[in-house]
Design a protein around this ligand. Structure first.
Ligand code: HPA
Length: 233
């Protein structure tokens, strides 16, 4: 039995999955970092692979951009395929001026403006948090691998483009490190469906200073993030 957006058979997907937004990232990482990687999904081009990292079975698949797309894959991966650990590996725009591009962030919590969140919780506010065990393991792995990380809060938005220059002021005042578009719904759904979730992000740009990573730098820090994430398998 498959799910609506994933054509894999039950059993084809590992208990631990990495979720980059970009399906071509999933393909590239599966082909360069995993052994015996098999593609289990091509529906809508949202490529998914299962293979082995240091002998441990692990999957990686694109989630698409934004919380609507992410929610579809997170639901189906947990409910149909029994996935237990979901680790987003993505990018964010830093809103703290002193965070440089290439910095790896382990997201402890995700505030946000997701319509799905307000549809479910109404006027109440759910604090979407990462799973502590995954967070702790990622932190320990980063120390072992000598990769510098910052642990903290991020913001997930439905709207990438916005013309208000002060949009992030109050969020920076409240300790938010960066902005992306997926983690809030990932954390919320994982908790609701009894799975574990974490987001590991590399800073692709600084929204305050306008600094942007060169593609070479982005590649290096992206690989650092991947190495941490695969240690969780
Ligand atoms: N906004 C939202 N998501 C992002 C950004 C951003 O500036 N940069 C990388 N992901």
């Amino acid at each position: 039995m498959a799910s609506i957006h994933i054509e894999a058979k039950v059993g084809d997907i590992a208990e631990t999955i990495l979720l980059p937004g970009d399906p071509y990232r999933a393909k590239h990482v599966a082909e360069t970092m995993l052994t015996d990687a098999v593609c289990y999904n091509k529906v809508r081009g949202m490529l998914g692979y299962t293979g082995y990292y240091n002998g441990k079975r692990v999957s990686i698949q694109g989630s698409g951009m934004g919380m609507g797309s992410t929610a579809i894959y997170v639901n189906e991966l947990i409910e149909t395929y029994g996935v237990k650990n979901l680790i987003r590996v993505g990018t964010c725009g830093a809103i703290k001026t002193d965070i440089n591009v290439g910095q790896v962030i382990l997201a402890m919590s995700a505030s946000g403006d997701s319509g799905a969140n307000s549809a479910y919780f109404g006027s109440m506010h759910y604090a979407a948090t990462a799973d502590f065990e995954l967070l702790q393991k990622a932190y320990e792995a980063s120390k072992r691998l000598k990769i510098n990380t910052i642990q903290g809060s991020i913001f997930s938005t439905d709207t990438f483009y916005d013309s208000d220059p002060h949009r992030w002021d109050k969020w920076e005042e409240h300790g938010i490190l960066g902005v992306e578009m997926e983690s809030q719904i990932l954390f919320t759904l994982a908790k609701r469906l009894n799975a574990k979730a974490l987001s590991i992000l590399t800073v692709s740009d600084n929204i305050r200073t306008g600094e942007a990573a060169s593609s070479k730098d982005r590649e290096q820090s992206y690989m650092d993030m991947m190495k941490i994430a695969f240690e969780l398998a």
